[in-house]
Design a protein around this ligand. Structure first.
Ligand SMILES: Cc1cc2nc3c(=O)[nH]c(=O)nc-3n(C[C@H](O)[C@H](O)[C@H](O)COP(=O)(O)OP(=O)(O)OC[C@H]3O[C@@H](n4cnc5c(N)ncnc54)[C@H](O)[C@@H]3O)c2cc1C
Length: 352
């Protein structure tokens, strides 16, 4: 059923698979590049249609990076009121670009910003949206996007279609799809679009809410080593200890929902169904029970170490190394050992 108040559309006018490229300052966020890889695959199944990308207030260098990762065309969006991110002005700018280029599919990273931007765009374009897809495919006959996502608190996996409206909009969390290889030989088009959006919001001030130590660590989705803390860590002090371990290992810090709700780690560090999906080489779960909503975010880790006094905790079944014990005894030993390794001087060569 389609709302009778919505404007009629001709689905045949919509072609191509497009991606929203989110910036982190002067850098493209990995999730946009990951989505370009998936977009290429879907575009191939739809008869080699165009893979496009929308980048607001970005640079040509960033646009080229997107082309190296699979985009055929990147639209650099410029205009007044786009200097600082706001879902209202950015949403309007994206909607204007999509109205002009008419892609049949539009993919957005389910980051904090993507999660607020995508529904805003969908509402402006009177189309549907599926949040937090874990897999995507297409039905070549109908050109419908198969949007596969957990539902009902994660107890079911459902496939959602948007058969009547275009573009079909879906969000996908970071690290769900692998980043495609960077091919500097790829060629593509960079188009500049100037949009006029009304200023309807004004940023009065911005401040970082998280402890500086944790904020200084790399993002959880891009680190090779991640220490994940849960309720068993028990305090913000305990998280400081985990932060120190993360630093010594050159890694990052993540947290369970319980730990985030306790205020020990910021939401950007949340791993799992409502947080981020990670694929590090090493994940160390500290004071984490291993609830299914957390496991879905860590299961792709190459090696999992769990530190927990409860040998029956579910996480122990998924751990390559299960350390049964109190983290307050184990982590300080690890930290001390790593500090020693860092300060130990190499032995001078023996003189014969
Ligand atoms: C719709 C929905 C979405 C959700 N999304 C997420 C999500 O994205 N991410 C997420 O993490 N959760 C999510 N949850 C919550 C999830 O179900 C669990 O409640 C949560 O993951 C449990 O967190 P925890 O392991 O920190 O705490 P607990 O389950 O309470 O486990 C604490 C563990 O710490 C151990 N422990 C205690 N003392 C120590 C010690 N001194 N040293 C070492 N270990 C110790 C205990 O033995 C225990 O195993 C979601 C839930 C719902 C319903």
């Amino acid at each position: 059923m389609t709302c009778t108040l919505w404007p009629q559309i001709n689905k045949e006018e919509f072609r191509g698979v497009w991606v929203y490229l989110e910036r982190d300052g002067n850098r493209l966020k990995d999730v946009g590049l990951e989505l370009l890889g998936k977009a290429r695959e879907l575009a191939g199944k739809l008869g080699d249609v165009e893979v496009g990308a929308v980048l607001i207030a970005g640079t040509e260098e960033m646009a080229r990076e997107a082309i190296y990762h699979g985009a055929d065309k990147v639209v650099l969006v410029e205009g007044p009121h786009l200097d600082v991110y706001s879902p209202v002005e950015y949403g309007e700018a994206v909607a204007q670009v999509l109205s002009k280029y008419k892609p049949e599919i539009f993919l957005v990273g389910a980051t904090k910003r993507g999660r607020e931007l995508a529904p805003y765009v969908a509402a402006l374009l009177t189309t549907g949206i599926t949040a937090d897809c874990t897999a995507l495919d297409v039905e070549p006959e109908t050109r419908d996007l198969l949007q596969i996502a957990p539902a009902f608190g994660g107890s079911q996996i459902v496939t959602i279609k948007t058969p009547q409206r275009r573009p079909q909009i879906a969000t996908v969390r970071p690290s769900v799809f692998p980043k495609p290889p960077r091919d500097v030989g790829r060629k593509g088009e960079i188009a500049v679009e100037r949009v006029e959006v009304r200023r309807r919001t004004r940023l009065l001030s911005a401040e970082r809410r998280v402890g500086k130590d944790i904020a200084d660590l790399p993002p959880v989705e891009s680190a090779d080593v991640v220490i994940g803390g849960g309720r068993g860590v028990g305090s913000a002090e305990g998280f400081k200890m985990l932060t120190e371990l993360a630093k010594l290992l050159g890694g990052s810090l993540g947290a369970t929902l319980t730990a985030v709700r306790a205020g020990w780690a910021p939401e950007s560090r949340l791993i799992g169904q409502t947080g981020k999906v990670i694929r590090p080489k090493l994940y160390i779960a500290v004071g984490v029970s291993g609830a299914v909503q957390h496991l879905v975010g860590i299961i792709e880790s190459k090696v999992i170490i769990a530190i927990n006094p409860d040998p029956q905790a579910p996480i122990m079944n998924y751990a390559d190394y299960a350390v049964v014990g109190d983290y307050r005894e184990i982590i300080p030993l690890l930290i001390e050992e790593l500090r020693n390794v860092k300060t130990r001087q190499p032995e001078p060569p023996s003189q014969k």
